[in-house]
Write a new protein. Structure first.
Lengths: 101, 114, 583
């Protein structure tokens, strides 16, 4: 899988786009996408448009991002989910933890 | 590069000197005693007129001769080996004499060099 | 072109050649390059010297007396065993057949005459590097194998410890069937079932993220909390809350546990369920051949510490014969050799159509096994079926609490006063039971005592203070209506109070426990029965009827807002019933 991260011009939003399988092997790459920024953005978006598959370790990685971004006060949106991805997020009721669009 | 019909390849002799160091004369002495055995072996094989034993005897002497830099001697042994390989033994006796003669020259030249 | 400029690697090399001259020459070349040399004069000698000196590399003349090079090579390779010992054949043979023979005999390379020291050195260096790499790989392989064996051993120990903790329960009850792989805990799956002091059965199916020991690590504390709280009579809400807190505490951020809880009240034909992250579980009713789906409505355990459980536990009415099914996603994702998954659709289809199904458990198992086919692991399947039975049929031996029967308090009383917030939010029963269990002699009656306390308290709340009418429960949809009313009533509490008094006196051979519960409600005329909100006592075997059957005497006092139940054990003489007081 590959990851592209884009920061908005004013640095307030980081968008992480996932391509391919989002699974256990993506651990390192995903963390690197948000951990080393000099300035922490106010909000994060995870773009699942090109993500083909999501497993439980991917859910764990989203939780890590949430924890990094402030836990309960984090502002994280998960965008462009296909039906499969949406279903996996729904069964764990992740819409209670993230904004899912 | 040396002429194939010279008896000793000088380049090889020089290399051997370097490798053996002080033991060069020991190497010559060992070659001499080894060769005596080999020539005897060749004559026995030729007398028995069995191509396989001729091939083996010739092959063995070819090896040590080439290591010693005795190129003409090695070439003659090769001829005898091919003869044995082909299954023949006519002319083997004559070739054996040539080999013995070539060796005699080699021995003289080596002794002078040791 | 001198060999002294060439890098040499220090090794022991065996030269086997019947020609003194060839041996001397080779030996000199190799020694000059820095190697140590051992010699042999024929094949037999070569094998013997190899065995004795164990050189790193062997130079073998192909044609030797007493055993030729080919045979010597074969024997040397055998002696070398797992070690890599390169054999270089010394031969001037050029024909493919002879060279092939060399390789067949175990030869790794050839060196022809005249010997070229540079070439010889290059070959030796290459082989030495190869030998070292081979040795390194072998050492690493052995280290890995030893590590693996160690890990497996650790897993076995962990599994044994876990099994003892997990088997404190009642999974072997006659109304439970389940499929669980022996190493399920290492797949992250855990299945627990236990009985509360009142005879309610609570089960938990959990699926931790991850595999191996990190999946199993959360299972142990989870099982301990589950069983110890269950045994003490804590409510499902409290148990879920505690387990969730514990897991949030000990698990790393990215590890969580999808879970399904179900508490069965066979006395009252109802089941409370909570699903956080597992696939839809369901209740199948054979009577009308219908299913009720129990989807996941909650975030899995171990993610959010302060979870709001108030509205997330669902209550369902059930009938005898209904069956509840729960499974982890292992069954849904079970794959066959074509890469297809069993899928939820296929699973649900087994519940649909046709007539009433009485053997769903074996049917589901067979369907999955058939689908997976041979040769694929079916190890990840976790499935449980619980049948709703009459309470008399659900008799499970409740384990005696350990501890010697020594002393304990033998004459004491305790008064517990609950007001608005406490009545609304708090369940005082487990704590009170704990106090009672401090009396060793009462421990064997834990179930009965808890039931009495439980009934009297819930009467005080539901009927004494909230004035709810249990008859509603018997109407269609009445169940949820009753509980909605209850919730509203609790929210509207003002100055209401409940007083619980426990008084115990006893010896080693008998004792009396007096339980008094008084509420601040209007009471009722217990002499005539007038004004009494209809309680469950009208259902046979339930409510006050049950309490009376367990106690020596039960009496109403005051204006009917106070009840005193006397429980006697052993050879104690019961107290005289309290004089009725009219206020």
């Amino acid at each position: 899988m590959s990851i592209t991260s884009t920061t908005s011009t004013d640095g307030s939003e980081l968008t992480i786009a996932i391509e391919g399988r989002f699974d256990f092997s993506s651990h390192q790459t995903f963390r690197q996408a948000y951990e080393d920024l000099t300035e922490k953005p106010d909000m994060y978006s995870v773009d699942m448009n090109a993500a083909s598959y999501l497993d439980s370790s991917a859910l764990g990685m989203l939780l890590l991002l949430r924890d990094f971004a402030g836990g309960d006060s984090a502002n994280i949106s998960i965008l462009n989910c296909n039906d499969d991805v949406r279903k996996i997020l729904a069964i764990s009721n992740f819409e209670q933890l993230f904004t899912i669009k | 590069m040396s002429d194939t019909y010279q008896h000793l390849d000088v380049a090889i002799i020089e290399e051997l000197r370097v490798v053996m160091g002080d033991n060069f004369s020991l190497l010559v002495d060992t070659f001499v005693s080894d060769s005596a055995l080999r020539i005897t072996g060749i004559y026995e094989a030729v007398t028995a007129a069995t191509p396989e034993s001729i091939r083996r005897a010739a092959h063995g002497f070819k090896g040590s001769a080439s290591n010693m830099g005795a190129v003409r001697l090695a070439a003659l042994c090769n001829e005898l080996e091919q003869m044995g390989l082909a299954g023949g033994s006519d002319g083997a006796a004559a070739l054996a004499d040539d080999i013995a003669a070539a060796y005699a020259v080699v021995e003289k030249e080596l002794t002078a060099l040791r | 072109m001198t060999s002294s400029h060439i890098q040499s690697v220090d090794s022991v090399i065996l030269i086997a050649d019947d020609s003194d001259f060839d041996r001397l020459l080779l030996k000199s070349i190799l020694k000059e390059q820095g190697h140590q040399v051992v010699e042999a004069v024929d094949g037999l000698d070569a094998v013997a010297v190899f065995d004795r000196e164990r050189p790193q590399i062997v130079l073998l003349d192909a044609l030797m007396p007493n055993m030729d090079g080919f045979e010597a090579a074969r024997r040397i390779k055998l002696l070398a065993g797992e070690d890599l010992v390169p054999i270089i054949f010394l031969t001037s043979l050029q024909d493919a057949g002879s060279l092939a023979r060399c390789l067949d005999a175990g030869g790794d390379d050839f060196l022809s005459k005249p010997y070229n020291p540079v070439i010889l050195q290059a070959k030796i260096n290459a082989f030495v590097r190869m030998s070292e790499m081979h040795k390194t790989m072998r050492d690493q392989r052995d280290e890995i194998a030893s590590h693996n064996a160690h890990l497996l051993h650790q897993q076995n120990v962990a599994k044994k410890v876990f099994d003892r903790v997990a088997h404190a329960g009642c999974l072997d009850a006659s109304n439970i069937q389940f499929t669980l792989s022996p190493a399920a805990v290492f797949n992250g799956d855990i299945l627990l079932a236990g009985v509360s002091p009142t005879g309610n059965m609570t089960m938990l199916l959990g699926d931790f993220t991850g595999h191996g020991l990190d999946a199993a690590i959360g299972a142990m504390p989870l099982a301990e909390v589950f069983y110890s709280m269950l045994k003490k009579g804590f409510s499902l809400r409290d148990i879920i809350r505690e387990i969730n807190l514990k897991l949030c505490d000990i698990l790393p951020v990215e590890i969580f546990c999808c879970a399904f809880f179900a508490e069965f009240d066979f006395n009252n034909n109802r089941v409370q369920v909570w699903n956080g992250g597992l696939p839809d579980c369901l209740i199948y009713s054979a009577l009308d051949n219908t299913i009720t789906r129990l989807p996941s409505r909650n975030v899995p355990l171990g993610i959010v510490p302060l979870v709001n459980l108030k509205d997330s536990i669902e209550l369902h009415e059930v009938k005898e014969g209904d069956r509840l099914y729960a499974w982890s996603d292992g069954i849904i994702e079970a794959g066959n050799s074509d890469g297809e998954m069993f899928s939820e659709a296929r699973l649900l289809k087994l519940f649909e159509g046709g007539g009433p199904k009485l053997d769903l458990f074996p049917t589901i198992n067979a369907a999955v096994v058939d689908f997976i086919g041979e040769g694929t692991a079916g190890d990840d399947i976790s499935l449980i079926e619980v049948t709703v039975v009459a309470p008399e049929s659900f008799k499970v031996a409740i384990a005696e609490t350990e501890g010697e029967l020594s002393g304990g308090p033998d004459d004491w009383s305790l008064t517990y006063n609950l007001r608005r917030e406490a009545i609304r939010e708090f369940d005082p029963l487990p704590q009170l039971l704990q106090v009672l269990m401090q009396v060793p002699y009462l421990r064997q009656f834990g179930g009965q005592v808890f039931t009495v306390l439980s009934e009297l308290y819930s009467n005080a709340v539901d009927h004494g203070i909230l004035r709810l009418d249990s008859a509603i429960k018997n109407t269609p949809g009445g169940f949820s209506q009753y509980y909605r009313q209850r919730k509203r009533g609790l929210a509207a509490l003002q100055e209401e109070e409940i007083l619980i008094k426990l008084h115990y006196g006893g010896t080693a051979t008998g004792g009396t426990l007096e339980i008094t519960v008084k509420d601040s409600g209007a009471g009722f005329n217990y002499l005539t029965g007038a004004g009494q909100p209809i309680s469950d006592s009208h259902k046979s075997g339930r409510g006050m009827h049950l309490v009376r059957s367990l106690c020596d005497s039960v009496n109403y006092l005051g204006v009917g807002n106070e009840v005193c139940a006397i429980f006697v054990w052993g050879n104690h003489k019961p107290r005289n019933p309290a004089i009725e007081r009219v206020q």
